[in-house]
Design a protein around this ligand. Structure first.
Ligand code: IPM
Ligand code: MG
Length: 380
């Protein structure tokens, strides 16, 4: 080996040691965590509003109108308090050189649940995605994404692990410039067990009998291998749910195979596969602009659109044509999470009807974000 690389290798090995210790500590802490907050017993719930950037504030403005209408009574009685959260824009984050500014994070931690617009993630560099930071800081370990296509009998729900895999050290890889780069993928036992538990509990409580564990355990033998094995351990507690193993590549094909796709019900997957396949699933539903996403932890929960901030739409002057359905679906999930079931049902019904009547395509040919929201509000 060329001696010139020796110092680089030494320093890479040192940083790897630090990473390993930190990840082990994280796993130990998770093992001790216990119990989720019960929203049905809370007297007051603080909902943080985080518009984000790109098309975020455009979608947000409309969704906020809908929220205020739906929880009018709870706002008046003080059961729900809305809190505007400032500072989570790409301009501010770049200016401060931090993924989530400290003041913003402190304000967020004073809330119980968050409604969040998309935030831009710069490619390369070292600025971590705000989503990844928030998911870690608030320990939002379950990314839950429903996708439905009633005319085909499709009613899918994805339980994506949301705090580890390729994401947890995604900004902390090592590199010998001009020669090689290495990133890390981390799967902890406790981290896998809790997402598996969440997915199987959902299946059990909602009468679902099929659960697909989706990995690439034939290649990623340690991380995905453990993920699959631990999911099967958890499965043993749910005799009425059939747990099947699938590889991510063939599952990506299954989702576009109309012959078999409606037999799947619950999907349980590591972080990155979940990221990719839920965009595919959303597209099958009608586009990423139609899909909402819940990030759930035991203490906090954050609800957002499945998609990003769409900087290209802003550059092309198409921001007003962005589809607010994604964020409105997220709002529906938020309302369910805090036990405002009838408000969630009202929103779901109005959304289904409005989506048939007002078609937002993301182009000038379609309806605008505002037109969609006006039509929806008229139905509430
Ligand atoms: C998502 C997004 C995020 C992710 C980005 C914005 C970091 O694609 O929520 O699916 O990769 O998880
Ligand atoms: Mg994604």
């Amino acid at each position: 080996m060329n001696e010139a690389f020796a110092p680089k290798i030494e320093s890479a090995v040192e940083s790897f040691r630090t990473l390993l210790c930190q990840q082990l500590e994280r796993q130990e802490k998770m093992e001790k965590d216990s119990g989720a907050k019960d929203f049905s017993k809370m007297e007051k719930i603080v909902v943080g509003l985080v518009p984000g950037d790109g098309i975020g504030p455009i979608l947000f403005r409309e969704t906020e109108r809908v929220l205020k209408k739906l929880v009018e009574k709870e706002l008046a009685s003080g059961k729900i308090e809305l809190k505007q959260i400032e500072g989570l824009t790409i301009e501010n984050r770049l200016a401060l050189g931090v993924s989530v500014p400290k003041d913003t994070l402190d304000a967020i931690k004073e809330c119980d649940v968050l409604l969040k617009g998309p935030t831009t993630t710069p490619k390369g560099g070292t600025l971590e995605s705000a989503n990844v930071t928030l998911r870690r800081e608030l320990d939002l370990y379950a990314n839950v994404r429903p996708v439905t296509l009633p005319e085909e009998g499709i009613d899918w729900i994805f339980y994506r692990e949301n705090t580890e895999g390729e994401y947890v050290l995604g900004s902390r890889g090592v590199e010998i410039p001009g020669k090689l780069a290495m990133d890390f993928k981390v799967t902890t036992d406790a981290g896998t067990r809790r997402i598996a538990r969440a997915a199987f509990e959902y299946a059990k409580n909602n009468g679902k009998t099929n659960l697909a564990i989706v990995t690439k355990a034939n290649i990623m033998k340690k991380t995905d291998g453990n993920f699959s094995a631990i999911c099967h351990e958890v499965a043993a507690d749910y005799p009425n749910v059939t747990a099947e193993d699938w590889y991510i590549d063939i599952m990506a094909a299954n989702l576009v195979n109309k012959e078999i796709r409606n037999r799947f019900q619950v999907f349980l997957l590591p972080n990155l596969y979940g990221d990719i396949i839920t965009d595919e699933a959303a597209q099958i539903q009608g586009g990423v602009g139609t899909a909402g996403s819940a990030n759930l932890g035991d203490r906090y929960a954050m609800f957002e659109a499945i998609h990003g901030s769409a900087p290209r739409m802003i550059e092309e002057g198409l921001g007003d044509y962005a589809n607010p359905e994604s964020l409105l679906r997220a709002l529906e999930m938020l309302l369910r999470h805090i036990c405002l079931t009838s408000a969630a049902d009202r929103l779901a019904k109005a959304l289904n009807e409005t989506a048939k009547e007002v078609v937002v395509t993301g182009t000038r040919e379609g309806a605008t974000c505002r037109q969609f929201a006006d039509a929806l509000l008229a139905r509430l």
